[in-house]
Design a protein around this ligand. Structure first.
Ligand SMILES: Cc1ncc(COP(=O)(O)O)c(C=O)c1O
Length: 533
């Protein structure tokens, strides 16, 4: 037998409490400005994950309380996500790994619906994950025994302003356009295309879907939009919206997909297997209702639970309801805790046929009671479902607008600072109001990777390369760029530090390029320079 005494001490579910000590492996100060790729995890979510390890089990497969409780918390995340983006029903939400997988789900679900001669319209601003799946589909359909040839039409953007050519878009969308797929925010040029207008153009295309619906489907890549903007799928009138939670201070591994009820009803499953089935007999399988039809196998349970909590955390953060225990007086603590709980109740407002109640956590019951005594109107408002639906939109809009404004300020500071460095070129609009929270640039005479490496010496973490926006880099005529991108924890002081570091690095570029151009070229190459006698 194995030594169960030792082993059992190492599993939290067998303990009453655990004492975790964690510290940074290197004491380096990090300035994380690569948030477009992935953001960092806040402490409350870490606590949430740690608390889950005492009581979690697999979902939808056990009648014991750990499994039932885990299933509730897991399902709750779908409803909270529906409230975040104003989906009519929690059943319109599907979770997977990331934006890429979610777009692939849409592509796979629709693949058999394409007719010969159909087309897909995308933009040249797209991340590879909103171009390559459509390319893959095109290749696959053309290779079928009875080939289906579809066209992928790419809409240009203006090189300086990064504005999409809407005239070209209008001309490329026609009555053979099955799908228009566009980014809500470019992860390289930073620009935010007018997705509402793109949606209108898509819906007015005159295309007839096999199910009889008129108009092209409209998919929004929300990877750079949802984390820091108020997003309302009913207002955008999109059919699909894909995004990644790891870009919004939530653990890695969960992506969200909104699909309109009318469409999701008719889509076939993406992955087949356990948990997505109702009944299995040889030769006869029936599938569960949405969204479980799209959740084959054991999903990322803890990540999904943390996603629900993470959305609540972010909205509370945007509303200014979070506080440090030892920094506030008792009165203020009651007020802020009350608002935090009220926000969580609002974010748990049932969407569609969602049935799981929200229970105020035990540790907050006292403050919640005191808050309700002070604000008697809150209780009656929360009992009124209609009022809750209105109020949840208000809190989400306010919170996400505040996060957007925070990013806007940082972005403008970065643009203004970088613009003063003589040999730096910035890509995209110079007005942060037209952007998402990132700035891509190049230093003349230095490769992007070299810049990133040099900035790392200053503790500055940026991304270099094409950032998977290959089409846009080609269009601009460059092989790569350096990108800094912000999130809720970044400060103006950090931006100033990054700009100072870029300025220092840019001086070295001038020196190198003035001293010896060939040597500079050689230093970029992986191969050693051959010296001829
Ligand atoms: C606009 C955009 N779309 C899609 C993606 C892909 O996201 P993920 O890697 O989470 O699938 C990214 C990632 O940075 C992005 O910025």
């Amino acid at each position: 037998m194995l030594d169960s005494k030792v082993i059992r001490q190492l599993f939290p579910f067998l303990q009453e409490s655990i004492d975790i000590k964690a510290c940074c492996p290197n004491n380096n100060k990090r300035i994380v400005v690569d948030n477009t790729a992935s953001t960092q995890l806040p402490l409350p979510l870490l606590h949430n994950v740690i608390n889950s390890v005492f009581s979690y089990a697999n979902i939808h497969r056990g009648e014991y309380s750990a499994s039932l409780h885990t299933s509730y918390e897991f399902e709750r995340a779908y409803n909270i996500a529906a409230n975040l983006i104003n989906a009519r029903s929690w059943r319109e939400i599907i979770f997977g790994r990331n934006t890429t997988e979610m777009i692939n789900l849409v592509m796979r679900a629709l693949q058999d619906d394409f007719r010969d001669g159909d087309n897909i319209v995308v933009t040249r601003l797209e991340h590879n994950s909103n171009y390559v799946p459509w390319y893959g589909l095109q290749q696959g359909l053309a290779k079928r025994q009875h080939p289906i040839n579809i066209d992928i039409r790419v809409v240009n953007f203006e090189r300086e302003s990064a504005e999409l050519d809407m005239k070209e878009l209008e001309s490329k969308v026609d009555d053979r356009t099955k799908m228009v797929a566009a980014t809500g925010g470019s992860n390289f040029m930073g620009v935010r295309p007018d997705i509402k207008r793109i949606g209108e153009i898509a819906h007015e295309s005159g295309y007839q879907q096999p199910g009889g619906e008129m108009g092209s489907f409209f998919l929004v890549d929300g990877a750079q939009l949802v984390p820091a903007n108020p997003v309302d799928v009913q207002e955008i009138r999109c059919d699909f919206l894909a995004w990644s939670f790891h870009k919004m201070a939530i653990p890695l591994g969960v992506g969200g997909l909104f699909t309109k009820s009318e469409i999701i009803e008719t889509l076939p499953p993406f992955l087949y297997g356990g948990d997505m089935i109702e009944e299995v007999a040889e030769g006869d399988v029936t599938f569960k209702e949405r969204p479980w039809r799209y959740t084959a196998g054991t999903p990322n349970i803890l990540g999904t639970i943390a996603t629900g909590c993470g959305i609540c955390f972010l909205v509370n953060l945007g509303l200014g309801n979070l506080f440090l225990e030892d920094k506030v007086a008792e009165e203020e603590k009651i007020e802020l805790t009350g608002r935090k709980i009220e926000t969580e109740i609002l974010l748990n407002t049932p969407r569609g046929d969602f049935e799981i109640d929200y229970k105020v956590p035990e540790e907050y019951i006292k403050e919640w009671g005191q808050y309700l005594e002070r604000h008697p109107e809150v209780e009656s408002e929360l009992k009124d479902r209609k009022m809750r639906l209105i109020k949840v939109r208000e809190v989400v809009n306010t919170a996400m607008t505040n996060i957007k404004l925070h990013e806007e300020e940082l972005t403008q500071r970065a643009i203004d600072g970088l613009s003063k460095i003589p040999n730096v070129s910035i890509y995209g609009p110079k007005d942060a109001k037209k952007r998402v929270g990132l700035v891509a640039f190049n230093i003349e005479g230095l490769e992007p990777d070299a810049v990133a490496l040099k900035l790392d010496k200053y503790g500055v973490e940026v991304r270099s390369g094409t950032h998977c926006a290959c089409l846009a880099h080609r269009h601009i005529g460059i092989e790569g760029s350096v990108r800094m991108s912000f999130y809720v924890y970044n400060t103006l002081e950090e931006v100033d530090e990054v700009v100072r570091a870029v300025s220092e690095v840019s001086k070295s570029a001038v020196k190198i390029s003035m001293v010896s151009k060939p040597a500079q070229k050689a230093s970029r190459s992986a191969k050693p320079l051959e010296v001829k006698a």
